[in-house]
Design a binder for this molecule. Structure first.
Ligand code: NAP
Length: 308
């Protein structure tokens, strides 16, 4: 059995990294576990123009890499390892990963959210063969090619604008006749000559031969089906919480978001949640970072009251 940690943080996005920074800076013995890539969703977006102070070099990968380094410089341990199970009821919590078993006085769940799937035929078949959920990761592959983007929220519009730097044309397909995205993003999108819009429509099927060649689109008002030839399909139709791990352990809402109070306490003593996985009003990098800070401070308060 390894060391006893004060705070184990699950998830290495802005919420987890901010929690790690605050925890380590106050000398708590801190471990941040990340199952895949550090930086969470923020690391998959190139333009982080609304994170305060990020004007000069507003890239998600860079800011989140600096968040990680900052937490480490204050003493947080960071490990890539996937948590497979947790035992949260006792005074000492157990976090079991693919490679080890950890013990901790508190746990902060900052597992974030994952892209929602379209759910149409062809989507999974062509994933990585023209279907993508990350423009920052894949835009380059579509240089001078045609892409379609599904969705009408901030993500779809922001990433569609980013894709115009690479692709020859970007066609945004939205299920209504008006965008959900912020007005400033809409203005940029409508002014962009490479962008066009297909309204009131959804992608019914993605077709191709080994790689994506076209999408079948259904107009929701008329029921009419049509085909759009394309080399890529970028899907930005929202996100779902990554909370399977805490199912049955922590109270969640009907969508799976973890319910906390304003101080990030979950339904289990000594367990906190932060960031996009939490039921909350606004899911942004700035609110994720704020949640992480609060969760770490409240975890320290809990340790001081309970153990010292
Ligand atoms: P979102 O706001 O939930 O928007 C999802 C979009 O996809 C909506 O336009 C929705 O249509 C559409 N949609 C949902 N399910 C669909 C389906 N099955 N088929 C076709 N279309 C579907 O998600 P998001 O844009 O990813 O944003 C998530 C959160 O992150 C939001 O709070 C957003 O403000 C934030 N965010 C902010 C920024 C920024 O500030 N720059 C950037 C990215 C994300 P309807 O409009 O008809 O519902």
């Amino acid at each position: 059995m390894g060391d006893l940690y004060d705070i184990i943080i699950i998830g290495g996005g802005p919420a987890g990294l901010s929690a790690g920074l605050y925890a380590a800076r106050s000398k708590a013995k801190t471990l941040i576990l990340e199952k895949g890539k550090w930086g969470g969703q923020a690391a998959t977006t190139e333009e982080l123009e609304n994170y305060p102070g990020s004007m000069e070099r507003p890239t998600g990968p860079e800011i989140t890499a600096r968040m990680k380094r900052q937490a480490e410089e204050f003493g947080a341990e960071t490990k890539v390892d996937a948590v497979v199970k947790m035992e949260l009821d006792g005074e000492i919590k157990k976090v079991i990963t693919e490679n080890a078993e950890y013990r901790s006085r508190t746990v902060i769940v900052a597992t974030g959210a994952k892209p929602r799937l379209l759910g149409c035929p062809g989507e999974l078949e062509f994933r990585g063969k023209g279907v993508s959920y990350c423009a920052t990761c894949d835009a380059d592959f579509f240089t001078d090619l045609r892409v379609v983007v599904a969705g009408g929220g901030d993500s779809a519009v922001q990433e569609a604008i980013y894709l115009t730097k690479f692709a020859e044309t970007v066609t945004l397909i939205h299920r209504r006749d008006e965008l959900r995205a912020a007005k400033s993003l809409q203005d940029k999108a409508f002014a962009n000559e490479k962008m066009s819009f297909v309204w009131d429509s959804v992608i019914e099927e993605i077709k191709g031969d080994g790689i994506v060649e076209k999408v079948v689109v259904k107009n929701k008002k008329t029921g009419e089906l049509s085909e759009i030839e394309t080399d890529g399909v970028f899907v930005f139709v929202g996100y779902d919480p990554v909370s399977e791990l805490v199912k049955g352990l922590l109270e969640t809402d009907e969508k799976g978001y973890i319910i906390t109070d304003d101080e990030m306490h979950t339904s289990v003593e000594g367990v906190f949640a932060a960031g996009d996985v939490r039921k909350k009003l606004l899911r942004q990098v700035v609110t994720a970072a704020a949640d992480g800070a609060i969760a770490a401070v409240k975890a320290e308060h809990y340790i001081a009251e309970k153990f010292e």
